[in-house]
Every structure is written in structure tokens, then in C-alpha cells.
Ligand binder design. Structure first.
Ligand SMILES: NC(=O)C1=CN([C@@H]2O[C@H](COP(=O)(O)OP(=O)(O)OC[C@H]3O[C@@H](n4cnc5c(N)ncnc54)[C@H](O)[C@@H]3O)[C@@H](O)[C@H]2O)[C@H](O)CC1
Ligand SMILES: [K+]
Length: 503
């Protein structure tokens, strides 16, 4: 699904009003009802709800929510902030519609701020997508006050003060929400690690914005949905055989890191590949043959490191390399040879990324439209460079992928997948239990298996990253997040693929 900018959200808003022949008040009512339904599922009417409303339509939403929650037996108080001469029309109408039974107060200075307790539910309706400058002055003092209150804060549409789709200036105060309930589509800001403390757990509620507008709006940013991931899966064919599903080659492992090779091999096999050959240092032979009997094992002449390529590279439909290989100069030479001789697509992870990062010559030799990089943030920094903030990092990623015609899966809570055309997809599966050694090796195995089965590199990235996170989510239902290890992901890959192939 697409992610729209703040400006496009306003256009979607206008298109919806025109298409449905409704007025903006009705759309605001829909938004408020959708928010209130979410709120009712989360908090009981025993709670005291303090709603802080800004001058625009975000504040208008807050006023409509106050009326609806009060009808549903919540104890609601409304606090109005800002110049009452500059309020939006729909804000004004919803202020008039507020029943007299609801206490309201205008906050003129910090001395007016009400006492807040950890048990108070705060609804932040100060600013939404219409924020157009940093938040300072009284609004900033209020935001600081709310952030330090210990109360549970739920933001309507956006945490107030946070820019929707560009870097928020350092001087802006920003609400640290526990929950952000956003309308129709998540906003770009939600997917960036630097915003974790502001956005909290985000949820999207539907308000029926024009699907036709959304479908045609241009956007470089997308987020993954289960429906889209399911559409990517190619069903197995009845008259198929192991040759139908490709032959993968994984170059992994070094002395003391043969486990990485085992994890990549096992996940590759659990992702539907027809045949798998492992090329590992001599010392890994018995380990691989014992731990992964389904894979063929080919050994390097070197005991501890990879120093050469296996013969007959052309027979492999995909090559994965990097997990556990180290950065020895013999390994670097073998990698250089691979880049210039292989005609197959290559998935490049871990130390293979680190090796390429140090050499402009190797970067220049990357075969076009044939490479997927799977860096974690540190490896990304080595490969692409250090960015000032997460927006610049996305921009750098686009430029790198364009320059080298490659794909990058930047691993993290919402792994960001970038194509050579500069389109970015954020993944939506996975959990913090996956932040443990070896889960990256598992992803290399999955991606290599999918590419070997003739998925396009883009399809492989989207489906592979989604399935990897889904396996992590299924594993967490069994083992939780704290006790999770990379092997748990592999054990749950079959279930993940079942979920993606059933209606
Ligand atoms: N399509 C939808 O998703 C719908 C969204 N709704 C809600 O409307 C807001 C956006 O409303 P808008 O009036 O455009 O903007 P805001 O309320 O966010 O703020 C505008 C308001 O605030 C002033 N202002 C902006 N920045 C600052 C600042 N830093 N300091 C002080 N004042 C500032 C500006 O001048 C305006 O007066 C969206 O988020 C949803 O919550 C609809 O209800 C339904 C459809
Ligand atoms: K808000």
C-alpha cells in the first residue's frame, strides 16, 4: 500500500468530499467515530479523559471525539489551546456542538495547565498533518508538560509537533505518544526508527478516503500488507520436480562461524528451493553434512576461510554469500572473482557487504540489476555512508540503488527495501525478539531460495522479508520475544508460508 505525503492526504480528503458529495464536517465525524471506536476497545469509561485541542481540524477531531466519548459514558474534559480567532471552521462547528455538560477551559499560560496523574488518559489533538512550522511557545510548554506527566497519551492522527513526511526541526517540541491512531494510511514518519519515542504503537482506522485517488497518487514510499505478500507467492505445480525450483549456491562460514552457514542453509531449504549446494571452508564439511543433510556440501581448499569459487557457477540459479565468511584477503579475492564472473543474481550479506564497502573497485564491478544487499544499519553505514537523520538515510539509499542498479534490504524494525528505481517498501512483520544473532543469516537463506526459484529480485525482497518477519511473529507466540533464537524463525518458516498460501 502507498504512503501519502501530508499534501497528498489533503488532496485525498478533497477528492473524497467531491466524489462522495459530503462536506468536510461529515468526514471529520467519520474520523472521530473511527477514533472513538478504537479508544473504546482500549480504555474503559472509568478513565478520566483530558482532550487537548489545537486550532485546526486536528483540534476539531478532538472536539468531536470529546462529544462522542461523553455520550459513551467517559468523563471528558476539554482544553483549548491557541488563538481562538484563528480556529478552523470545522473546529468551530464542533466546539458549538460540544454539550454544556462537558467542562472546557482555554489554556492561556502554563499556570492554567491542569494537574495530570498517571491514571489520566490524555488525548493529543493539538496538531495533525497541517503542522507547518516547529512547535514553540505555549504549545511547546504544554507538550513538555504532557510528556512529563506520566499519563498515557493517545495522539490523534499524528503525535503533535512531529512532521508527517520530512525532518522535524530540532527546536520543535514533539508529543511522546503511547499510541498514535492515524486516519486511513500510516504516515511516513511512523516507519523511521528515530521516531520510536514519539509515535509509540501506531494503529490505522479507516475513514473511507477515495480509493481511486489513492490508487493514482504517485509515491516512492509503500508499506507491505499481508494481502500483497500473498499475491506474490507462486504455488507449487503438480507436475514439477526439484529442477523446477532452482539450484541455490550459498558461500558461507569460516572457522568458528560455521553456525551462520547452517542457519542460511536450513532457511534456504525451508523456503522452497529445489536444490542447495553449500560452499564452505574445509573445516565446515562434517558440520554441514551432519546439521543439514538435505544440502550438498562442497569444500574450499582452505581450512578456515573461503578462498575460491566452486566450479560451474553457471549452473546455479541464485548465489547467496556473506554469513560468517570474515574479511580475509583471500575471501576478498574470491568475492571479486564472483562479481566479475557470475551471471546469476547474488544476495550479499554480512562480511561480504563489509568487504565491498571498503572497495570502490568492487562497487564498480557490481553486476547491474543482479544484486540484493541485506545490511543491518552498521553495515549500511559502511556501504552507503553515515546520514544525519533517517530521512537522509532513505535518500542516500535511493541514490545508491540507482547508481549501482541494485536492491537493498535495510534490516530493522520496519525493514526498508529499496529498488534500483528508488521505490521504498517498508515491511510490517517482525518483532524485537528477532534482534538476536543469526536472524540475518536466515534472511539470506530465504532470499537466495526465492531468487533461485525465479522470483524477480523485487518480489524476492518483498516476499522474503515479509515471510522472515512473519516467521518471527509466529515464533514469538510460542517462545516469546526474550527467549527467541534464529533457529526458531527457521522452525516457523513452514507455518509462515502456509499462512501466505491460504486464503
Ligand atoms: N483526510 C484526513 O485524514 C482527515 C483529517 N482530519 C484531521 O485534520 C487534520 C489536519 O487538519 P488541519 O487543519 O489541516 O491542520 P492541523 O489541525 O494539524 O493544524 C493546523 C492549524 O495549526 C496551525 N499551526 C500549524 N503549525 C503550527 C505551529 N507549529 N504552532 C502553532 N500553530 C500551528 C495552523 O496555522 C492551523 O491553524 C488531520 O491531521 C486530521 O486530524 C479530518 O478531521 C478528517 C479528514
Ligand atoms: K495530534
Amino acid at each position: 500500500m502507498k504512503i501519502l505525503s501530508a499534501a497528498q492526504t489533503r488532496e485525498a480528503d478533497a477528492a473524497t468530499l467531491q466524489y462522495e458529495e459530503i462536506d468536510s464536517l461529515e468526514l471529520m465525524e467519520r474520523a472521530a467515530l473511527a477514533f472513538a471506536s478504537w479508544f473504546e476497545n482500549k480504555f474503559t469509561p472509568q478513565e478520566h479523559v483530558y482532550i487537548f485541542c489545537g486550532p485546526g481540524n486536528n483540534g476539531g477531531d478532538g472536539l468531536a471525539v470529546a462529544r462522542i466519548l461523553s455520550q459513551r459514558q467517559y468523563h471528558v474534559k476539554v482544553y483549548l489551546v491557541g488563538d481562538s480567532q484563528n480556529t478552523s471552521q470545522d473546529h468551530n462547528v464542533n466546539l458549538q456542538r460540544l454539550p454544556d455538560t462537558i467542562t472546557r477551559q482555554t489554556l492561556h499560560s502554563p499556570t492554567d495547565f491542569p494537574p495530570l496523574h498517571p491514571a489520566t488518559c490524555v488525548i493529543d489533538a493539538l496538531f495533525g498533518t497541517g503542522l507547518n512550522r516547529p512547535v514553540t511557545g505555549l504549545f511547546a510548554a504544554l507538550i513538555d508538560y504532557l510528556n512529563n506527566s506520566g499519563s498515557c497519551i493517545t495522539s490523534i492522527d499524528m503525535p503533535s509537533g512531529l512532521y508527517t513526511d520530512s525532518q522535524t526541526p530540532a527546536e520543535s517540541a514533539i508529543v511522546k505518544a503511547n499510541y498514535t491512531v492515524s486516519f486511513e494510511l500510516p504516515k511516513l514518519a511512523f516507519f523511521l526508527p528515530q521516531h520510536e519515542q514519539f509515535v509509540g504503537a501506531w494503529h490505522v482506522v479507516q475513514i473511507g478516503l477515495s480509493p481511486a485517488f489513492i490508487a493514482t497518487a504517485p509515491s516512492d514510499f509503500h508499506f507491505a500488507t499481508t494481502q500483497e505478500a500473498k499475491k506474490l507467492v507462486k504455488p507449487r505445480r503438480k507436475f514439477s520436480h526439484k529442477g523446477t525450483y532452482g539450484h541455490a549456491l550459498l558461500l558461507c562460514g569460516s572457522y568458528g562461524k560455521m553456525g551462520a552457514a547452517v542457519l542460511a542453509a536450513r532457511s534456504c531449504l525451508r523456503s522452497g528451493v529445489g536444490l542447495l549446494t553449500m560452499h564452505v571452508p574445509e573445516a565446515g564439511y562434517t558440520i554441514l553434512q551432519t546439521a543439514v543433510p538435505e544440502a550438498m556440501t562442497h569444500t574450499d581448499r582452505h581450512q578456515k576461510y573461503l578462498s575460491e569459487l566452486p566450479e560451474g557457477l553457471e549452473k546455479y540459479s541464485a548465489i547467496g554469500l556473506g554469513p560468517g565468511i570474515g574479511t580475509d584477503k583471500m575471501t576478498k579475492a574470491a568475492l571479486a572473482q564472483l562479481l566479475t564472473t557470475s551471471t546469476s543474481p547474488i544476495v550479499i550479506d554480512a562480511d561480504a557487504i563489509n568487504i565491498i564497502a571498503t572497495s570502490d573497485k568492487l562497487k564498480a564491478e557490481l553486476p547491474k540489476h543482479k544484486v540484493i544487499f541485506t545490511p543491518h544499519p552498521k553495515e549500511f553505514e559502511r556501504l552507503v555512508g553515515k546520514a544525519k537523520n533517517d530521512y537522509d538515510r532513505l535518500q542516500d539509499m535511493k541514490e545508491f540503488c540507482r547508481e549501482y542498479s541494485c536492491y537493498i534490504c535495510l534490516k530493522g524494525a520496519n525493514t526498508a527495501i529499496c529498488t534500483p528505481e528508488g521505490t521504498i517498501y517498508f515491511n510490517t512483520t517482525g518483532n524485537a525478539g528477532m534482534a538476536t544473532g543469526g536472524t540475518g543469516d536466515v534472511l539470506t537463506g530465504i532470499l537466495t531460495a526465492l531468487v533461485a526459484q525465479n522470483y524477480s529480485l523485487e518480489q524476492a525482497c518483498l516476499l522474503g522479508v515479509f515471510a522472515h518477519g512473519l516467521a518471527g511473529d509466529l515464533a514469538s507466540q510460542k517462545v516469546g520475544e526474550i527467549g527467541m533464537i534464529a533457529s526458531d524463525l527457521i522452525d516457523h518458516l513452514p507455518q509462515a508460508f502456509i499462512a501466505l498460501t491460504t486464503a
